[in-house]
Design a protein around this ligand. Sequence first.
Ligand SMILES: Nc1nc2c(c(=O)[nH]1)N[C@H]1C(S)=C(S)[C@@H](COP(=O)(O)OP(=O)(O)OC[C@H]3O[C@@H](n4cnc5c(=O)[nH]c(N)nc54)[C@H](O)[C@@H]3O)O[C@H]1N2
Ligand SMILES: Nc1nc2c(c(=O)[nH]1)N[C@H]1C(S)=C(S)[C@@H](COP(=O)(O)OP(=O)(O)OC[C@H]3O[C@@H](n4cnc5c(=O)[nH]c(N)nc54)[C@H](O)[C@@H]3O)O[C@H]1N2
Ligand SMILES: [Mo]
Length: 736
Amino acid sequence: MLKPGIIMMKYRSSASNNQNTDRNLPENLIPVSCNRDCGGGCPLVAEMAAGKPVRILDNPLRPDKEMHGCARGYRALDAALSPDRLTTPLKRTGERGSGQFIPLSWDDVLDEIAEKLMQLKTEQGPEAMMVLAGSGSCRGAVHTTSGLTKRFFSLWGKTTTTRGYYSNAAAMYAAQSVFGHDRPGQDPDTLRGAELVILWGANICDTRFGAKMEPVLRDLKRSGVPFYVIDPRLTRTGKIFGDGDPETMAHEDSRWLALRPGTDAALMAAILYLLIEEDRVDRSFLDQYSSGFDQLESWVTGKTDALPKTPEWAAGICGLAPEQIRTLARAFGKASPAALIPGLSIQRVVGGEDNYRMAMALQVARGNIGISGGTSGGCLWDTLPSPKVGTLRDVRDADKFPFLTVPVNNWQDGVIEGTSGGYPSDIRAIYSVGNNYVLQSSDQEKTRAAFCQVDFSVCHDLFLTGTARWCDYILPATHFLERNDILSAAENYLYYSKKVLDPPGEARDDYDIFLELSRRVGLEERFSLGRTSGEWIEDCLAESEVPDPDLFKTVGYYDSGQHDRIAFSDFIKNPSLHPLNTPDGLINFSCPGNIKCGLPAYPHFRGEGAENTPSGLQLITPHGRYRTNSQHSNLPWFKAREYPLLHMNPKDAEERSIREGMDVLVKNEQGSVTLPVSLSPEVRGGTVWALQGDWEAGASINRLSSTKSTMPSHGSRTHSIIVEVSPISPEETASD
Ligand SMILES: Nc1nc2c(c(=O)[nH]1)N[C@H]1C(S)=C(S)[C@@H](COP(=O)(O)OP(=O)(O)OC[C@H]3O[C@@H](n4cnc5c(=O)[nH]c(N)nc54)[C@H](O)[C@@H]3O)O[C@H]1N2
Ligand SMILES: Nc1nc2c(c(=O)[nH]1)N[C@H]1C(S)=C(S)[C@@H](COP(=O)(O)OP(=O)(O)OC[C@H]3O[C@@H](n4cnc5c(=O)[nH]c(N)nc54)[C@H](O)[C@@H]3O)O[C@H]1N2
Ligand SMILES: [Mo]
């Protein structure tokens, strides 16, 4: 929860009634909203015919008509009605990974699992359980996979679980270090005053970062505000906002800068160098609001290491022309304010923490923090509070954290190495809910080994995923269209999502699965407090700020009325009255965590992972437009649009005698993947890319990633992978 005084509502809304009282939805439209970890969070409706949902659409009553859903939400029925849904509990009969299971009744499966839980607890202790609570459903007050899982296990015993996120570990670390706070966001409407926007590794046309971000940025673009897009690939965002074109990408005025992955901090350092040289640094802002900038400045100007971070220096590292860097730096130095919007990509690399700290440093150097039209340089996605609503949390004693933890990027190391590797426990079982970690965790071989090493494993999912196949018990869960819930959205709204479908076969809500399990292990009363999930929803609503719950359910949304919040604006207005939670209350550029890792305390460019070896290429693994992580890659409509491919620059292909459409072997010391190749100048030379989240056997890109983390945040680094790519010879085909 945010500390008071950190976020300030810049303008108070005059709206007193924030719900639509004068209209109702037509009878055939029922409010719903996806609760995936998807980048959005959208006000939708299901159109009903003969009691069945036939289409998902934008809610016509939605409070802000600029907000819209995307194909993933509009096609939610593809997933819910898929013939591949799990309809009965399964128990493994063949080898792990073989996909051989037999159906069991709910009573039998829950009895067996409960017995194994009891046995584990008495024989090895609760810490021998690794709880993997993913973000399969993550916006609901009640049906949130991690919330329910952690609630059950916080009651059951002190188990081991993950800490931090694959998404944003380094970004959160950086924000905490620089601002003393890990939520440096702002409402999209507050970007409207920007004189320049830099989408820095932020592919907002695909990954969205909220239902409102793209429309606001499109407005700015239409009104003539210049945009830069910094991305090794030419994405839709690069085309629409950066006017990117491979023909002109090397021109000094190209607004798509196809830098070498992992070199963002070098480019930022050169921009800072030019700001200093051309006297564009806002010195009075720096003096009033920050400390530790002098060390960064000494490094940038070369006082520290006799290496000034000139555009020529950065150009060699980033693979850009010095003039391109000068043009960008001058545009940035003149714009007041400028909105630098980083994607999470630039922190999923080695040195991701410093990429983010450097982005923050640029915004501080220009005084762009805490004001409309500027940004903090930190992550804008999902980093503001949503309206008050009750939740079904894990159950903690006031001063005791009920879990032992391992950084998420190392959870398999925790299982495989246990206490002998310095991890907190020796793991004998895995309980995995709402994730597809065999595909999504780094180092697939290690993930599988972890699943193979334990005595038993359980998962809840909707499909027989790449992860479910490696588990011993699979419990079929419901889709969000099959249950009621209250959903929080990034833009300060709550949405009501109503059940519009019955679950297939015997699939059950995760809540009911845990309720049944808690009954068998003597925790029913504490888990449920005597409530059904429906009663919890009413309870959460009663605890919420929603003034009229019936109206909320009818129109499908509650509008907080405040959409102009900007992180740190109160600090900027009055730093002594609203100091930051840093040692001296100021924006802080010295990071003790870096020193502990043997790194300079100031933000800097590290280099490691950013260089391709003589025969190697840098692989990046971005998020798909139509998927949410691995979700949808098994469904026909989505599969037809995003399928396993390695994207490569024609020049790199020619050097390797690779032709369009050929199968290639992508390999490194972690493993190998076989993929058909697609050649295009829309990816810079030296870089190849393949989407994360493929289900196809042999194509999962995390066969090539490692659990080596970026430090000090222990973040994942799936955008700094070095690979070799070669035409396939039959004996080399990677298989599952
Ligand atoms: N190479 C590479 N790997 C990456 C990334 C990358 O960029 N590159 N990105 C990383 C990031 S940022 C993330 S967040 C992770 C995400 O990794 P995961 O957390 O594994 O995310 P998903 O693939 O969405 O898997 C969610 C699973 O939950 C299931 N599910 C959906 N709803 C429910 C429900 O209500 N109940 C239950 N029980 N199950 C449900 C879905 O069917 C799906 O199998 O992946 C990471 N992995
Ligand atoms: N449609 C869709 N939306 C999503 C998701 C999804 O799976 N699908 N996932 C959601 C989740 S869980 C998360 S965490 C976020 C992820 O959000 P991000 O991490 O920002 O998304 P990515 O697609 O990994 O990367 C964004 C862009 O950065 C580029 N890029 C990669 N490496 C570098 C680099 O080193 N430097 C620079 N400058 N650019 C680089 C990529 O080519 C890509 O176009 O998105 C969320 N939104
Ligand atoms: Mo994520």
